[in-house]
Design a binder for this molecule. Structure first.
Ligand code: 5GP
Ligand code: ZN
Length: 118
């Protein structure tokens, strides 16, 4: 399932138009490392379908959102931060600093984290 949104960088990554090493490729969700990491571990988990933000999640998409969290949990384990700790964050809108309008879950870890991403 994929509904590409023109001009969306994350849709381009999913479509293979922006070469990116994918850490996870599932039916509904993919994951890749952030291009500008704010912590030793900084991975983005996104749905294949273009959902602009948390504000746009429908009830029918609950499973996709849950899947994003499960994938994040598994990657945290693979990267060895499951015991030391990690943070999962979805920024929504201007005040939260959301820059890419394709919903994404930040997984950060590998250092002591504040309330910001890194
Ligand atoms: P936001 O501020 O929207 O919550 O987070 C967007 C994140 O996407 C930023 O941490 C930024 O570094 C990352 N990002 C933006 N463009 C790309 C890209 O082309 N590739 C990858 N891997 N990450 C990107
Ligand atoms: Zn998109």
């Amino acid at each position: 399932m994929s509904t590409e949104n023109e001009g969306c960088i994350f849709c381009k990554i999913i479509a293979g138009e922006v070469p990116t090493a994918l850490l996870y490729e599932g039916e509904n969700v993919v994951a890749f490392d952030d291009i500008n990491p704010q912590a030793p571990v900084h991975t983005l988990i996104i749905p294949r379908t273009h959902i602009a933000s948390m504000n746009d999640v429908s009830l029918q998409q609950d499973e996709i959102i849950a899947r994003m969290f499960h994938v994040a949990r598994d990657i945290a384990k693979e990267k060895g931060v499951d015991q030391t700790g990690y943070q999962l964050l979805i920024r929504t809108g201007r005040d939260a600093g959301q820059e890419v309008d394709h919903i994404h879950l930040h997984l950060t870890g590998g250092k002591e984290l504040g309330m910001n991403i890194g």
